[in-house]
Design a protein around this ligand. Sequence first.
Ligand SMILES: [Zn+2]
Length: 564
Amino acid sequence: MTKRRATISRLRRREISRKQQRDADTIFLNAQIITLDNRRPRAQALAIEHGHIVKIGTDREVLSVAGKDTQVRDLDGAAVLPGFTDCHTHLVKYGIELYGANLRKATSISEIQSILRRQAEKMPPGTWVLGYGWDQEKLSERRLPNRFDLDAAVSDKPVCIYRVCRHICVANSITLQLANITRTTTPPIGGVIDHHDKTGEPTGVLRENAMDLLSSYIPALDSGELRKAISFALRKAVSAGLTSIHCIVDQPQHVRALQAMNEAGELLARIYVLIPDDWLASAGEIGVSTGFGDEMLKIQAIKVFTDGSLGASTAALETPYSDSPDTRGVLIHSQDQLNSIIESASRQGFQVAIHAIGDHAIAMALTAIENARLTVPRSDKLRHRIEHVSVLNPDLIRRIKQARIIASVQPHFIPSDPWVPARVGHERAKFVYALKSLLESGITMVGGSDCPIEPINPLEGISAAVASATKDYGERISTQAAVDLFTKNAAYATHEEKLKGTIHRGKIADLVVLDRNPLVVSREQIRKIKVLATVVGGRIVYASKRFQTIKASNVRHRLAQTHS
Ligand SMILES: [Zn+2]
């Protein structure tokens, strides 16, 4: 006991003497600090202590808080911004993809085959070979792969490969046998099993709900594998400059894996978990609501679906699709169901993040939030958000503003979705991805990727928001506004605008170091900017080779240099 007290007091003494010396842990000098804080938009240097920004100013001003143990880094003119936040990812799914075979870059079926062959060699007998991200539009053969293509690559292990959209998969013969899919199998409602024209045998191509025929056979990753998979995804994320990630989960073991990683100190970036609405009752029972967790891992919001996607013509529109006049898309809930979910989430103190893409779905989401504002007074303080908000019109924009809803957008959909005018026609297309209209009406807009569907790199998102507007759809915004989506606006979405999102004294040291300042380079150059380092709570979680060569110098040496 005495011994323990002695240790504590020694620690306290050290703590007190540290404070008196005002020693910073780290100082970045000779940088272009872009604070995103209007009171002081630019600075030259900053100091970090105990994970917080303790001083901002000129090199000389900031060096005044240097002590003998301070790590001083001369950034040689690099740009420092608040770390980026991605407000819409499926991070665990992305990790699982990275754990499997990556087929995103495949340009031919034979390339897919050799990737699968290599993957199969790494796996022990009996395990599944899973691949993700192929797109027949990119394959020289311009056709879907089939079971025979896969059999030629891997014939002794079950194989299943998913198209980039995840609406189609292809299985090899072993997989079809395991799942007992034959020429006579009836596909589930909403699913299609492709058959060979002549033989009638399944080709291995399973569409939409027919993919469910495999799900009970594909083994889930065990907890160790899951952690490894999430680590892969996190490493990609921090190397892209992300310091905070909103992570949509749909399985309890994903939350358990994140929590285990948090305990082990393996979370490289802050994680905000969005949980499915069917967990609402159990969360309510134990009193979990928005903000539950700690500074690295938080339960943030309830994710609710109202419709599908524009790509699959399942987003709910007010009037039929222009290219398929027999459908207006699908609805996941009735208005009454949606109202009751949003109302009970609000009552429990949960922010809601409502997936709504079609104009009809957005109107329903608005009605549900408007209803909750009337019945649950605290609802307004929860900063509810609508995810995607794709097909808009002036009336919907007015209602979003009126109800103070956060518009959570994914600018990279603009370059990825050239089929928008075909799907919805030219009139409606004008208000698809209407970033500028949302911005100009004063709505708080936050940015995300929807990774793994789109690249997790926020600079790609920023670049898409400023540069890839077409005349038919997708509005362009300024680089400054686009950067705000992934930084200070994102901090508002988690009620943390006082804690992060800008570079300000007292805020947490979540930073990204870039080789160039995105606010001054041309729009075309933004996506070519390199991330040199990523800092989360003062800890360098990613350092490029170039950054590693910047040796942290001895401060006395440094002081001597500046004085001479
Ligand atoms: Zn998504």
